[in-house]
Design a binder for this molecule. Structure first.
Ligand code: WT7
Length: 649
């Protein structure tokens, strides 16, 4: 990683962007010196039913973590994302849809979106869904996903989206934890020429104990594939919607009313229900979208993320629509039917702002010029990256090839928990360094601390924390405020701990070095090692398992699993395949281990704690750097593991 390779903002770009560097510096200073005044003003990016008089009320104090923004204001999210644009932009495309197959697409104007959302909201009401009820969405990447989200917000229901790649058990766990009353799904999804059995997965999830909170399942007919039908429980999307009135009075929501729950993996235990609320979240999503992508009238914006992840919430749906933008929703994958698909979609729809992930960039880069063959990509203005550190080679390829050396890259660092982007370049303001997420957004106060929580100054590496709240910050873990405090505010007191490490250079730029906890980042998807281990040990032949991350050329990190079988069981190629399949079925394809290492024993301390530090070093072939192994109960297991690892590689 070099800090010397600088791409300065060109004078034309500075002149044509929303913010120059001087404006960034002075506004940033103002946002830190007086957050009340700054956000009090910026909150006006939204239309409020009842204006707020209080802006910020937050405390990170031990035992009393409490975060509120705009707490006496009232608003409705769907009104901000749709109704208020109708007068000037009723006929402008709101959702541009590109199907998995290149010959399928659709355009939905703001006026049409209004009608669809109101009708669907009325259908939800008729089913007895009320303000505060939790609705689980397990949807394909079709416009109906956005319609369902916005319809929930119209009536004050709280959506909980489960990524369409997750297994029935993962769906069931999230339904149970959030007491979802309704599930919205489709018969099947499509991805890369294959179908995904969404309804069948929901059916199986709902056979699990504890899911009887679900009263109905609304099914959108997407592919027309065969599905099972439970009369009374299952309802057809079109049937419940078509005769509904085309207007629906929006519910006035308090700024701190829950907007959505989104489950994400932590270093321990089951996935956590991150809760975001209405006012602060939308102000922050709208503000960051506008300035990070330098959004201007006429832009066509494409974010390749799935609605099942936070990026799909903040920067596919809410941020762009709150700004009245045209947002492209893509059902497929960037390399189907050919590696040029992403570039072809850019040309076809004249995309100006493109937001994607390093793992997609690396997969295309591996195909070389095939990924841009027959395309010009001349419409592009700004490129974005999110999900994991972007390695300088991938950055360079993205810049040179996809962007024709014309487009700045915004490398945006943030998390499910942060609601929106916290550290990022701003196109007209920030000189770029490939691999660096650069500087904090307005109101964001990052710091680096040592393991004792002492704040480090200057050019240095440390644990990345935030010293104060910003409007988009999560408010709690659904139903478990203690775990919220424990997870994010107890490692270092009076600070929000991100779980990431970072380096700050002599220009004050941040370089994210990756997670410092037991969380993996596989293709930009977050996985807890504990979750994968618990899936592994639920296999009848497995006694013990330990999972670590290893570098992977495309995925960023791969999953390396040490597996100890029950006595009397023997490893075999068949069992190898079976165990991989087992994890896939338990959690989803993204959690499938890349490598299984059959281990007779694992390195443990005398008190029985598995020494992951050692397992990580062995997995990455750095067994010459194991450090002190004298505290192990049985140091001889280490030599065995090293030998076995050499046989694997
Ligand atoms: C973790 C959060 C934010 C939406 C997608 C992922 C890593 C995210 C970057 C970046 C380096 C990044 C961090 C973070 N991460 N963006 N630009 N550079 N690392 O959301 O699933 O909540 O994962 O993703 O490790 O903690 P998430």
């Amino acid at each position: 990683m070099s800090g010397n390779n600088i791409y300065p903002v060109s004078p034309e770009l500075a002149a044509n962007s929303l913010l120059t560097n001087d404006q960034y510096l002075s506004e940033y200073k103002a946002s830190i010196e007086d957050p009340e005044a700054f956000w009090g003003e910026k909150g006006k990016i939204l239309d409020w039913i009842k204006p707020y008089t209080k802006v910020k009320n937050s405390s990170y104090a031990p035992g009393n973590v409490n975060i509120k923004w705009f707490e006496d204001g009232e608003l409705n999210v769907s009104v901000n994302c749709i109704d208020r644009h109708l007068a000037s932009k009723g006929d402008q495309v709101a959702l541009l849809w590109e199907g998995d197959s290149p010959d399928q697409d659709a355009k939905i104007t703001y006026q049409e979106l209004y009608t669809q959302v109101c009708q669907f909201a009325n259908a939800l009401k008729e089913l007895g869904i009320k303000k505060g009820d939790v609705v689980c969405l397990y949807m394909p990447m079709t416009p109906e996903a956005a319609v369902a989200m916005l319809a929930c917000t119209r009536i004050g229901a709280v959506h909980s989206i489960v990524f369409g790649g997750f297994s029935p058990d993962a769906i069931a766990g999230r339904i149970i934890d959030s007491s979802s009353k309704l599930v919205i799904t489709a018969d099947e999804g499509r991805r890369g020429g294959r179908t995904v059995p969404l309804k069948a997965n929901v059916d199986e999830a709902l056979t699990r104990d504890g899911t009887d909170c679900v009263e109905h399942v609304i099914v959108f007919k997407n592919t027309g594939g065969d599905v099972n039908w439970i009369e009374g429980r299952d309802l057809d999307w079109t049937a419940v919607t078509q005769s509904q009135p085309t207007d629906c009075e929006p519910e006035a929501m308090n700024a701190e009313d829950p907007l959505f729950i989104l489950y994400t993996s932590g270093s321990t235990g089951t996935p956590k229900g991150v809760l975001h609320t209405t006012g602060g979240y939308l102000v922050y999503a709208a503000m960051t979208f506008k300035y990070v992508f330098d959004y201007q009238e006429g832009d066509i914006y494409w974010c390749t993320a799935d609605v099942g992840w936070i990026t799909g919430h903040s920067y596919l749906v809410y941020g762009p629509l709150a700004n009245g933008a045209t947002t492209l929703l893509f059902e497929g994958v960037p390399n189907y039917p050919t590696p040029a698909r992403m570039s072809e979609v850019v040309d076809k729809h004249q995309v100006t702002l493109l937001y994607t992930a390093p793992t997609a960039i690396r997969a295309l880069m591996a195909k070389g010029d095939e990924a841009i063959q027959g395309t010009s990509r001349k419409s592009l203005r700004i490129l974005g990256s999110v999900g994991e550190p972007i390695n300088p080679e991938a950055w360079q390829w993205y810049y040179d090839k996809i962007g024709n050396k014309q487009c700045p890259i915004v490398d945006t660092w943030w998390q499910t928990e942060t609601g929106g982007i916290l550290i990022t370049p701003l196109p007209g303001a920030t000189d770029l360094k490939p691999g660096s997420a650069t500087r904090p957004f307005f109101g964001v106060q990052p710091a680096l601390v040592d393991n004792e929580g002492v704040i480090l100054e200057g050019a240095i590496e440390g644990n990345l924390v935030m010293l104060d709240s910003w409007p988009g910050q999560m408010r709690t873990l659904y139903g478990n405020h203690d775990r919220f405090e424990q997870t994010y505010f107890s490692t270092f007191q009076n600070m929000y701990f991100t779980g990431d490490g970072a380096r700050r250079d002599e220009d004050g730029y941040y370089w994210i070095t990756g997670r410092v906890d037991d969380v993996l980042n596989v293709s930009g998807h977050r996985m807890g090692t504990a979750e994968i281990e618990s899936a592994l040990v639920s296999h009848p032949k497995i006694a013990e398992a330990a999972v670590v991350g290893v570098p992977h050329a495309i995925k960023g990190q791969g999953i390396y699993a040490y597996v100890t079988l029950n006595s009397g069981e023997y490893s075999s190629p068949e069992l190898y395949a079976e165990v991989k399949q087992w994890v896939r079925k338990e959690i989803g394809a993204i959690a499938t281990p890349d490598i299984l290492h059959w281990a007779e024993g694992l390195p443990k301390t005398r008190s029985g704690k598995i020494m992951r530090r050692i397992l990580r070093k062995i997995a990455t072939g750095e067994s010459d750097q194991l450090g002190d192994t004298s505290t192990l109960a049985d140091p001889s297991v280490v030599d065995k593991l090293i030998k076995e690892n050499q046989e694997i590689n």
